[in-house]
Design a protein around this ligand. Structure first.
Ligand SMILES: Cc1cc2nc3c(=O)[nH]c(=O)nc-3n(C[C@H](O)[C@H](O)[C@H](O)COP(=O)(O)O)c2cc1C
Ligand SMILES: CCCCCCC(=O)C(=O)O
Length: 372
């Protein structure tokens, strides 16, 4: 559990802000442009209010366990894919995978990881791992990544659809963001990417390589292409409208992550918690819906579950846990969220996740018009 004075996720964020170097911290922390959506992802949770019911259930014990894509997890909080985790701790994604496995929850590995698909799988063979992918310009590269994930026991593909190009993160531009020279994007062979030729700027060559993989001409028909050559469930990440949710369901996906990529892509998009009800309505139970973006407390998790998410994922908090103490730090982050959710459920009158429903949460505007 939390050590010393670090007792909530914000404490770990403050700690990491003091520890990480500017290049890494700005890469992790930043949202796109003016960071309007970045602020809103967190602020929006504060605009929802609970309507707890008392004495309906015995809440002396709470069961937080559930299944996502048919796989059991001890509680409904997983780790979202974030690139370049070894900038936060030498063990990077390997430590994150171990922490998620120890806590019996899911870790999503980014294609742009600094640990390979195989390394993470070998380090936590018992863990539930999903693999994040885009449909890259080079279909052979895409296929090979999928095959490697299948061979290494990953249980689902998380297909990111909000990244036809990388968003504009001003701090990275100012810093001329570079991947430190001792690190590499481990899912690609060294020969796949080249330095941009400027001495001491190997990292920026890697950023260019990452950008060059992206394919801005993708359509929903390309998702069908991915579906026809893998049996793994496909979870589309980055949906922000009911219309796209309907399109995703029509395409036959197995899950949707309501996500704005941690507000790193199009600034001005809504907070994910505000979008969730629209997507849940549109999906109408035809696939599982998850959420990420701004989840920092157990009450945030409870609000998302009440508004229809099957589970939520955290991005930056895991990076800050890594910066604090590697695997143990990520484990502590997950423990805090699990324990906060458990307490919030008790205080809201819920003994299990099936007791959580939409009557538990209202938008704050509900109380602005009292029926006098
Ligand atoms: C540093 C960083 C790197 C990220 N890298 C990826 C990535 O490689 N692939 C992806 O689909 N999303 C990526 N994301 C987005 C996360 O998966 C997730 O949507 C977001 O971080 C959730 O918001 P939160 O950080 O407020 O929890 C990244 C986010 C951050 C902060
Ligand atoms: C130099 C590698 C860049 C990876 C980009 C990963 C990502 O999606 C992000 O938001 O950052």
């Amino acid at each position: 559990m939390a050590t010393g004075s670090l007792v909530c996720l914000d404490d770990f964020e403050k700690y990491a802000f003091g520890k990480l170097d500017r290049n890494a911290l700005d890469y992790y922390r930043s949202g796109a442009n003016d960071e309007q959506s970045l602020r809103d992802n967190r602020a929006a949770f504060g605009r929802y209010r609970f309507r707890p019911r008392f004495l309906q259930k015995d809440v002396s014990k709470r069961d937080l366990s559930t299944r996502i894509q048919g796989q059991p997890v001890d509680f409904p909080v997983g780790i979202a894919p974030t690139a370049l985790q070894r900038m936060a701790h030498p063990d990077g994604e390997v430590a994150t995978g171990r922490a998620a496995a120890a806590m019996k929850t899911c870790m999503v590995l980014s294609t742009m990881a600094t640990s390979s698909i195989e390394e993470v799988a070998q380090a936590s063979p018992e863990g539930l791992r999903w693999f994040q992918i885009c449909i890259y310009r080079d279909r052979e590269v895409t296929k090979e990544l999928v095959r490697r994930a299948e061979r290494s026991g990953y249980k689902a593909l998380v297909l990111t659809v909000d990244t036809p190009m990388f968003g504009r993160r001003l701090a990275d531009t100012r810093n001329k963001f570079t991947l430190p020279p001792h690190l590499r994007m481990a899912n690609f062979k060294q020969a796949d990417y080249k330095s941009d030729g400027v001495k001491g700027r190997k990292g920026s060559g890697q950023s260019k390589f990452a950008a060059s993989l992206l394919n801005p001409s993708l359509k929903w028909t390309d998702v069908r292409w991915l579906k026809q050559f893998t049996k793994l469930p496909i979870i589309v990440k980055g949906i922000l409208t009911g219309e796209d949710a309907v399109e995703a369901v029509r395409t036959g996906v197995d899950g949707i992550v309501v996500s704005n990529h941690g507000a790193r892509q199009l600034d001005g998009v809504p907070a994910t918690i505000d979008v969730l009800p629209e997507v849940v309505r549109a999906v109408n139970g035809q696939c599982e819906v998850y959420l990420d973006g701004g989840v920092r407390t157990g009450t945030d998790v409870l609000k998302a579950l009440a508004l229809g998410a099957k589970a939520v994922f955290i991005g930056r908090p895991a990076l800050y846990g890594l910066a604090y103490d590697g695997e143990a730090g990520v484990k502590t982050i997950l423990q805090i969220l699990r324990d906060e959710l458990s307490l919030a459920m008790a205080l809201a009158g819920c003994a299990s996740l099936s007791d959580i429903n939409s009557s538990l949460v209202v938008h704050q505007s509900y109380y602005l018009h009292p029926k006098l």
